[in-house]
Write a protein that binds this ligand. Structure first.
Ligand code: THG
Length: 264
């Protein structure tokens, strides 16, 4: 599974302060720790409070790349921020994200093609997050159809059913697991699937056990990628072990260390 570290996000106070103070070391430490823990890519999000988001995105990307050679997942609703990151990214980037709105697809899919990036497509549009599976599938199918028409390679597309917190949307989880399975049937070759794992436990108590259980259940549905906190060592161990049990990695006695050595 593609593990994308979530911790370089201006939503977190330490990152917000590091951006304001141009404190490179905090960002570099977060980057190194996440990669050492098993992340294959790093989410980069300037956060909702950034006053100079383009400059902040450029600073984050340059700061990370000074010391760490990894894929970046450029996380913003604004295409101009994503493009600022794409221009600087040294490895194949992941655009996070487009919605199913045609106006958005018209801007973001050409960007993905021009910069040879992977693309996350969210199963939502201007009307918001659908509450049922069929509507999520319709929106996902619209994204797949648009990408096919523009010759964007479907193997570089990651469809996100949008995980909602279980404390306020408990009935949604089954819909998410079914959506993950059915998104895979939308085309041949299949699109990939991705979730923001920590969304599942936002606002809840016992967050770590919710995240872990949600991860395993999503993997059983065929999940291909997740944005998550890789510093939760038990979570990464569970993910690696699930890959072994699902026969996606070859077993060896040192499978936990062997998988981590391959990451990054
Ligand atoms: N899908 C895609 N991208 C995403 C998400 C998604 N990017 C953002 C988010 N969701 C994934 N990243 C996070 C990062 C942090 C948290 C959840 C998801 C989180 N933050 C604490 C909270 O909200 O309680 C903040 C704690 C703090 O303020 O310090 O849980 O779904 N494609």
């Amino acid at each position: 599974m593609l593990i994308i570290g979530e911790l370089i996000n201006g939503m977190f106070k330490n990152v917000r302060e590091a951006i304001l103070n141009k404190d490179k070391q905090t960002i570099i430490d977060l980057a190194i720790k996440q990669i050492e823990a098993g992340a294959n890519a790093l989410d980069v999000n300037v956060g909702p409070l950034s006053k100079e988001p383009v400059t902040d995105m450029e600073w984050l990307v340059n700061t990370i790349q000074e010391k760490v050679n990894t894929r970046l997942c450029l996380d913003s609703t604004k295409p101009e921020l994503i493009e600022a990151g794409l221009k600087l990214a040294k490895n194949k980037a992941i655009i996070n994200s487009t919605t199913a709105d045609v106006e958005k697809l018209n801007i973001v899919v050409p960007l993905a093609l021009r910069y040879n990036a992977s693309l996350i497509g969210l199963a939502l549009n201007k009307k918001g997050v659908p509450q049922d599976k069929d509507r999520r599938l319709e929106l996902a199918a619209e994204i797949v159809g648009f990408c096919e028409a523009e010759n964007f390679p479907i193997k570089e597309l990651y469809l996100d059913p949008i995980v909602l917190p279980i404390n306020v949307a408990q009935a949604q989880s089954n819909i998410i697991f079914d959506s993950i399975k059915e998104f895979k049937l939308l085309s041949d070759p299949s699109p990939n699937t991705i979730i923001g794992l920590s969304n599942s436990s936002q606002g809840a108590k016992n967050r770590r056990i919710i995240n872990k259980t949600y991860a395993i259940m999503s993997m059983l549905s065929g999940l291909d990628a997740a944005i998550l906190d890789p510093l939760d060592k038990d979570l990464i161990d569970l993910i690696i072990t699930s890959e072994i049990i699902l026969n996606k990695q070859i077993y060896c006695d040192s499978f936990l260390e062997a998988y981590r050595k391959k990451a990054g």
